[in-house]
Design a protein around this ligand. Sequence first.
Ligand code: FAD
Ligand code: THG
Length: 819
Amino acid sequence: MTTPRVVIIGAGIVGASLADELSLRGWNTVTVVEAGSLPAAGGSTSHAPGVVFQTNSSRVMTQFARYTAEKLLGLRWDNEPCFLDVGSVEIATTPERVAELARRHGYAQSWGVPGARLLSTDEVLEKWDLLNRDRVLAGLFVPGDGIARSVNAVAAQLARAQAAGVSVLDNTPVTGLVILDGRVVGVSTAGGDIAADVVVCCAGIWGPVIAEMAGVTLPLTPLAHQLAWSSPLDELADRTVEASRPVLRHQDSGLYYRERGNTIGVGSYRHRAMPLSAHDLRPWGEATMPSVEAFTPDDFAWPLAESVDMIPALAAASWDDAINGIFSFTPDGMPLMGPTTVEGFWVAEAIWVTHSAGVAKAMAEWIIDGASSSFDLHACDVNRFEVHEKSPAYILARDSQNFVEVYDIVHPLQPMEHSRPLRTSPFYPRQQALGGQFLEAHGWERPNWYESNAGLLAASPATPQPTPGPWAARFWSPIVAAEATTTRSAVALYDMTALRRISVSGRGATEFLQSMVTANIAKSVGSVTYCLMLGEDGGIRSDITVARLGAEEYQIGVNGEADLDWLGRHLHSSTFADTVRITDITPGTCCIGVWGPDARRVVQSLTGTDLGNDALKYFRATTAYLATVHVTIMRLSYVGELGFEIYTNSDQGLVLWDLLMAAGADFGIIAAGRSAFNSLRIEKGYRSFGTDMSHDHDPYEAGLGFAVRLDKGDFIGKAALLARKDTSVRRLVLLRMTHPNELVLGNEPVFVDGIPSAVGYVTSASYSYTLGASLAYAWLPTSCAEPGTPVEVEYFGERYSATVTAEPAFDPGMERIRR
Ligand code: FAD
Ligand code: THG
């Protein structure tokens, strides 16, 4: 059987790795088309110093890097290795960085990077004797890190692919894509068209140019980054190997170093952002490679002085071999991967050498099997960006910011500094007046808490309060306690406008949705169903709510742009493509959650529509007028309380807010923010997609088996799920810290007695104000998942004791929520 014809555009490290990974899986009807001359074709790969640090706060990025390091270590080219496993050292010169290295050591353990350990100053100097001892406070050592010899790795992987039947054409620029009826059928070159069923853009910094040929916007910006090689150093004169000292990162100054024979290379992120347009890159075949700009010595002055202070031997060096080299940045620092809106046209873009082979493996699995079985790719999906995130102004600002911050210590809640406010709900002026402390969620300004609630806190001094450490205390306030407890004791308003909602309607909508989700959504009009969308492999694509508002009319609450893309993609290839419409109604509408024991009394006072339990049961929806405001009301909450999500058009949003606030005054209604929300959902046992569970988890191990109805008709992922059911060896469990003040944030490693390496990792965490406890979700092996099991969580190098706890930690009870 012959395999589909694949054209890979670009033979940098990504294209070469992908050709290899496809052919390793038996797909050899592949042509790699490269504009430059191989093996150093002129892209970023041609001059990357190939420094590989595997540890990353992101699990999938660490896994990409682990695979890459292992794969390249096993490859040789021309009797030369493709990877030098010299290890890595990251150094700290500030107390903040010492703490950060402990946190990074935690990531290494959480994601299973072997052998990572923290070093004292002396231990750092043993590994890197040329350093200025006075500056070094501590270090982090990872033995499996090192140097990827990226041009060798390109050559070795292309050669293996060619031996398996893959064609490689260099000096062949792709000049166009051949697209017929929304489907790519080939690429154009000066030598003629090449027919293809699948085209994968691996064109690095040229990616936006290629994608534009398909009408696809890639939110990627090429930025220059300085790399300078010293003249030979006396201290390294006796060198016989390319490198023996570990690769070195000095992030406090935005710098990294590696040896190359008797010279040292210095890479710097410590300069102004130097963005370029993908359209303005130099042509191939000139003396200077197209991905290189002239070195700007002024930008290197401070980094050089700092480097000489850090590595005194560099004082004697000259720096003639230096470039401003160009590579890709994205708005969230993650790669751009997957199928685009043009059928058959895929991208694998904004990928470091470090992650290249892992990404290529994931892409090969995705292209061949329809999903990756090895990696959770939800954060890498090229279709994750909303329309404002694809504006040229946003892309440039955001990508440039990410260059500047690449080595910074960035808090997970830290909002972007530019382009704000970008999206505001109709309640924004009221939220500002209440002293809302805004964070940003997909462009939406969203209060984390309201300063106006400070008085409540003073009025109830007995409310349990954590005393978080400096890191957990950022973007947090004791006021959150008052907001959480008021939700449980009275009633609170939550701005839920950022909750992505879409309308699915038209003849066949019911049948189409039934094929997409795990539960029966064809219940009576007015029903709301919590269910999952699964991938073909039975993994969780999203958890959603489906409200049946009419016979063939649904409103769906989803988790983001990728859900919209997933539904649209499947609709397009279904028999309902011409009759069913999917519309994003998020912009133009708004949503308020009114939750708490008094929620019904507040809302009922504004309408003649009966909101009593007999008329509007739990997980039912209705339309109503609240005074003059026409609303859709759904009786559900993500915080686990009696109450409603109330939707209306944006033009009436402000009136709705004011009505609810006025009607709630007698009940002590407050506006409450996201921090309280997160605490309440965790203590009630509600998972958050993308953090607690994702593509690589099945519903059962994630504790969401109740949302799957295997007795309904077929749905995507059902067959795989049946095969996979009961095979899992891990569980998502809730941990309760022994000491209520020991708060964690997420991504920390979890240990059990007797096993030296981490057995699992924390997903999301919060203080529970209702219980006065510190809670965290974690993935653990089934053998450690029984309630009562003692574990330890490592937080900034300290071990916190905790116990696996039955869920939910807190339940207001049927009485309150369902009556
Ligand atoms: P590229 O290597 O740029 O390959 C894309 C290929 O597509 C090119 O060969 C290009 O010629 C070809 N192409 C483009 N347009 C067309 C067309 N129309 N037709 C045909 N072919 C086309 N990463 C690390 O992990 N560690 C590091 O230490 C590191 N240091 C770096 C230092 C510098 C100075 C630079 C510039 C980058 C560094 N990087 C590092 C980043 C890394 O080099 C890149 O992210 C990576 O090489 C990108 O690989 P790629 O295959 O996507 O792109
Ligand atoms: N509201 C709406 N849609 C949503 C969310 C939301 N879609 C995305 C995301 N949030 C989904 N997450 C949840 C998680 C839990 C619940 C609702 C949305 C929930 N679960 C109940 C439970 O587990 O007990 C009900 C389950 C059932 O009876 O079916 O309330 O916030 N609109």
